[in-house]
Design a protein around this ligand. Sequence first.
Ligand code: FAD
Length: 308
Amino acid sequence: MGIVRNLLLRASKSPFLNHQASHRAFVKRAVKRFMPGESPEEALDAALRLAAEGRGTVFTKLGENLTSLADADVVRDHYLWFFDQLAARGVPAHVSVKPTQLGLDLSESACAASLEVLAAKAESIGTTFWLDMEDSSYVDRTLALYRGLRAKHEKVGICLQAYLRRTPADLEALIPISPTIRLVKGAYAEPDELAFPAKADTDQAFFDLSVRMLEAAGRDECRPILGTHDIPLLNRIIERARDLAVTDGAYEIHMLYGIRDGDQQRLRKDGRTVRTLISYGASWFPWYMRRLAERPANVWFVMKSMVG
Ligand SMILES: Cc1cc2nc3c(=O)[nH]c(=O)nc-3n(C[C@H](O)[C@H](O)[C@H](O)COP(=O)(O)OP(=O)(O)OC[C@H]3O[C@@H](n4cnc5c(N)ncnc54)[C@H](O)[C@@H]3O)c2cc1C
């Protein structure tokens, strides 16, 4: 793993750096590149702008690893309010949450109950509810939570990470329940025995897993979402989708707000289904450190923000 990536991912877990960075105006200016604003209203306004050009949205409120179940209830209630906002303002959006944001570290059953309430709410307004995937210590529990939701709801999705060696087996085990899967490369620091240390291996795994999902989509057994900004890789996968006669509407491409925006617009114009993941909220530090770690050149933007 690159030294800078490793340092940034370690920094993402530091309460001291979190406190320092969250109060620095220049860091806040740099973060603006990846989020329209901390408030839900700013996020909703940005989604309506994207909707005008035919792009959908996935929302997530930043925050993870809570320390009390009362805090998890506040998060659940926030999302209930947020679903009402989506319906009232006619925003074509999904919602994605981190299980630890709903108390997974504290009580698996309380977390499952909150997720069920949110999945039912999403269903009531006709939209899709997603589970993000966090570090490898959460994968088994997140898969179990997903199975519980999928048993009751059609429009629920889960993220799988191509860098994990276990993911092909996890995908095979999910296909019998006709899952909706967002495939990403993976954003956490993981040991070599669990995740590919070489980026080329992760990229190849992403391609192979995507092809497997597309084949299943051709039989209506999976709804694949390609969560990547890697354009050459996406082009190869789109070509394979054509070979497999999987129609454009049968899979989606999701990217993060502020990254490869021109490509997001072009893909949409080319007829692909594109969604932009918009994050909002004040707890952006660990999430922002992961964005820096994905592309250490981004640290340059933080430096420029110190002076601009
Ligand atoms: C919709 C969505 C949801 C996600 N959900 C999860 C999740 O639940 N769990 C999880 O572990 N990870 C998640 N991720 C993050 C993911 O794991 C990767 O860390 C991230 O997408 C970067 O990898 P990449 O596929 O874009 O490919 P890379 O090969 O890393 O990047 C390809 C190109 O994209 C651009 N790019 C990528 N990242 C950045 C960046 N931060 N800043 C500027 N340019 C960049 C660069 O031009 C780069 O050359 C999600 C990503 C997306 C798009």
